[in-house]
Design a protein around this ligand. Sequence first.
Ligand SMILES: Nc1ncnc2c1ncn2[C@@H]1O[C@H](COP(=O)(O)OP(=O)(O)OP(=O)(O)O)[C@@H](O)[C@H]1O
Length: 302
Amino acid sequence: MTSNATAPDGAAVRLTGLRKSFGDVHAVAGVDLHITPGEVVALLGPNGAGKSTTVDMLLGLTRPDAGDVKVFGRTPRQAIADGHVGAMLQDAALLEDTTVGESVALIAALHRKPMPVADALTAAGIADLADRRCSRLSGGQKQRARFAMALVCDPDLLVLDEPTVAMDVETRREFWRGMQRTGRTVLFATHYLDEAEQFADRVVLMREGRVIADGSVADIRSHVTGRRLTAVVDGADAAVLSALPGVTEVAVRGSHVTLACADSDAALRALLAAEPSARDIEINAMSLEDAFLALTTEGAAR
Ligand SMILES: Nc1ncnc2c1ncn2[C@@H]1O[C@H](COP(=O)(O)OP(=O)(O)OP(=O)(O)O)[C@@H](O)[C@H]1O
């Protein structure tokens, strides 16, 4: 890794008061974000939250209406020209008639200190596809070719917009293993909450062009309190379950019962007293998905 990128304030990325509108749509409506070197940050949010527009401004592909972008203390254009940033964008075109190896070599030739093409292909898990024409790649293989192209400039910061779209489960897992080995600063936009949970040090949640939560997965989870109790209850009656102490929400599907609990200990005791047949009982913390839904649903606290 080049890793000689430094900013006076030590930030890898600093977005300040960033805004961008398209007509009446306020795609990004005032975003401040500070990423320190080495952090792996997931950018989450529902469709249209402003993630791609934020990423585009970070890369200098879209000019902000207001605010400032600094990448290692430089403008995006300078940071990219200096080889500090590798990007993998949704639907970025590949040169269909060239091979994977040739495509990656073409990108490498644009940079002053690229890594060897073979190393980029290996890190992306596609060393065996070097001679395959890009037009012959599967969706997931194309994503990995784009990843090799992002990596070959040996960047300090990787910016990835939904990198694992079109990858199957095993390929996604391999992709992230490879990513963790690179030890770089990473900002990735994703719709896969499990990915954010497993691979990000920090989650930035956007909604309607703003950052509505920013912290570790545990911090984001703490936006939803309580626990979830699941059980099998013969002849489950939602009205009876709703009246149990400590229970805030009830879902009944056949004999499968899910209780959202403010006090799961009280709820469990009351459930066993009221429904002695209750079995296969599990109590879990609320998931990142629960927090995501709570925060991104209309009317959620900002
Ligand atoms: N070039 C454009 N012209 C007009 N509207 C745009 C343009 N780019 C984005 N928008 C609008 O800005 C809003 C934010 O879009 P953006 O693509 O940044 O969201 P996103 O969070 O990346 O969404 P998704 O998860 O669906 O990719 C949306 O309402 C979108 O329709």
